[in-house]
Design a binder for this molecule. Structure first.
Ligand code: C5P
Length: 202
């Protein structure tokens, strides 16, 4: 099959995960949520392991741990994600995934800038703080009924600031990325925009 890579980057809760899954399904591509790799390393580091050693020995079972979606896991992820050696240890796996026959969608923070600078399609997905915090709050409240939307917003802002300000692969749009602001779009409309970008490049 043809090799074709879609890079989806953006801040937390911008909609890139939902878009990534939908695009992969519509195009028949494989999908990798690269944030999960950093969450898994963060979880092992929180349990006392050296983060670089954890990144170098990551196994598939690490990615199916139950607690990886929590806000605490997100914060732990963004701390280990600032370490250059952690990022380097995860690079080959992500690049191999991106070039698999049949096409791939990767979502994260540095896919268009560092992991796959040659990706055929690059989208930088954003949404307003109000929209992002509401979306994430709606997702989390089933399991954390006491959580407020303000707490979610503070968590997202802290994580985004750390991701933008770090020296190693900071969060920023690739110069050739298409910006997709999903604040005022339905999920269906956002998927349609992303799909037309893929169709245009195919
Ligand atoms: O996307 P998600 O919110 O699951 O990512 C968790 C954290 O992992 C991010 O806040 C970021 O610090 C880190 N990350 C990264 N590079 C990626 C994907 C995630 O630094 N490609």
């Amino acid at each position: 099959g043809a090799r074709f890579t879609v890079a989806l980057d953006g801040p937390a809760a911008s909609g890139k995960g939902t878009l990534g899954r939908a695009l992969a399904q519509a195009c028949g591509f494989a999908h990798l949520d690269t944030g999960l790799l950093y969450r898994a390393v963060g979880a092992r580091a929180a349990a006392g392991e050296d983060p670089v050693a954890a990144a170098r020995s990551l196994v598939p079972e690490d990615l199916s741990r139950a607690d990886l979606r929590s806000a605490a896991a997100g914060q732990a992820a963004s701390r280990v994600a600032a370490l250059e050696e952690v990022r380097a240890a995860l690079l080959a796996f992500q690049r191999d995934f991106a070039r698999r026959p049949g096409g791939a969608v990767l979502d994260g923070r540095d896919i268009g800038t560092v992991v796959c600078p040659g990706a055929e399609v690059k989208l930088f997905v954003t949404a307003s703080d109000a929209v992002r915090s509401r979306r994430r709050w709606l997702e989390l409240r089933a399991h954390q009924p006491d959580l407020t939307q303000v707490e979610v917003l503070e968590d997202l802002r802290a994580r985004d600031a750390r991701d933008r300000e770090r020296a190693a692969a900071p969060l920023r749009p690739a110069p050739d990325a298409m910006l997709l602001d999903t604040s005022d779009l339905t999920i269906e409309a956002a998927i349609a925009r992303a799909l037309s970008a893929v169709e245009a490049a195919r």
